[in-house]
Design a protein around this ligand. Structure first.
Ligand SMILES: Cc1cc2nc3c(=O)[nH]c(=O)nc-3n(C[C@H](O)[C@H](O)[C@H](O)COP(=O)(O)O)c2cc1C
Length: 288
């Protein structure tokens, strides 16, 4: 069940996706954190952010739209109150998701995280709901430039999270690999518009994006040698297995955590049961 993402060895290939599991702490009474392959924290920025105005979560029949706008406590409080606390209650790998408006801001966060015992950094270059800001991972050139600069400043396992809203995902994934990234994760939620009744820009996630995600994961896996972490609409083990079949080395569960916080654990247990029975690894073209 174990899997290597850069230097990082996960005991199983199932993670929780950034922003859907809080800072991990919020789920401590609901989920056995130690069983999860890795907890990816909410994206943090250098300074605290209030995020977008309410309402910002919209439930749909086929998924959800969120317009959180990267609300978070900021780096300092995150390290002192959230990360320190999370480390006390779990031995599970912690991947810190980082975001920022400028290269300078991202570098400051990375350099601070260099002295923290964390498993990896996930660069969120794909948030769809920061009004007025461009999504960096829509440009292969800008992604390459930013990831190479960050790569030079950290030895931590570096993962870049990509946007689905691009013409050619393979070019973006390749730019991350060329820039020295250890892995790419895809997909972030899909940029959409919603009337609530006022106009909201948000990110679409859930079952309705699964087949978009699968295609992008497949294409990225055909192009890069670095591991691809797949996500988008994973609600159960069958969805997860489809991502492995597309070539993903690991998967992350996103908005399913809101409907059933046990989803990740159920998927891990099912994969382990399938392994124990030694069935149909060929069917899924992956030796789990
Ligand atoms: C409420 C909510 C908040 C999210 N916040 C973040 C975030 O802070 N950083 C990030 O990289 N992705 C964030 N995402 C995107 C998810 O991590 C994931 O990429 C996306 O939702 C697709 O997976 P899913 O369909 O399983 O939810 C968020 C998604 C949701 C639903």
């Amino acid at each position: 069940m174990s899997v290597l993402i850069g230097k990082l060895k996960l005991k199983n290939p199932v993670m929780v996706a950034s922003g859907t599991f809080g800072y991990g702490l919020e789920f401590k009474d609901l989920v056995d954190l130690d069983k999860i392959g890795a907890i990816v924290t909410k994206t943090i920025t250098l300074k605290p952010r209030l995020g977008n105005p309410q309402p910002r979560i919209f439930e749909l029949h086929y998924g959800m739209i969120n317009s959180i706008g990267l609300q978070n406590v900021g780096l300092e409080i995150f390290l002192k109150d959230k990360l320190a606390e999370l480390k006390k209650i779990t031995k599970t790998h912690i991947i810190v998701s980082v975001g920022g408006n400028t290269e300078k801001e991202l570098l400051e966060i990375i350099e601070t995280l260099n002295s923290e015992k964390i498993a990896a950094v996930e660069l969120n270059l794909s948030c769809p709901n920061i009004i007025g800001k461009k999504i960096i991972s829509q440009s292969a050139k800008q992604t390459y430039k930013l990831v190479s600069t960050i790569r030079k400043r950290t030895n931590l396992t570096l993962i870049t999270k990509l946007s689905p809203n691009v013409t050619d995902i393979t070019k973006i994934a390749k730019s991350c690999e060329d820039a020295g990234c250890d892995a790419v994760s895809l997909i972030n939620s899909f940029p959409v518009l919603f009337f609530s009744p006022s106009l909201v820009f948000g990110g679409l996630s859930g079952p309705c994006i699964k087949h978009i995600a699968l295609r992008m994961v497949y294409l990225a896996c055909q192009t890069v040698r670095i591991p691809v972490i797949g996500m988008g609409g994973i609600m159960d083990v069958n969805d997860a297995l489809e991502f492995f079949r597309a070539g993903a080395k690991a998967v992350a569960v996103g908005c399913a955590n809101f409907a059933n916080p046990q989803t990740t654990i159920e998927i891990i247990e099912e994969i382990s049961r399938i392994n124990a029975m030694n069935v149909n690894t060929n069917k899924y073209e992956r030796n789990l």
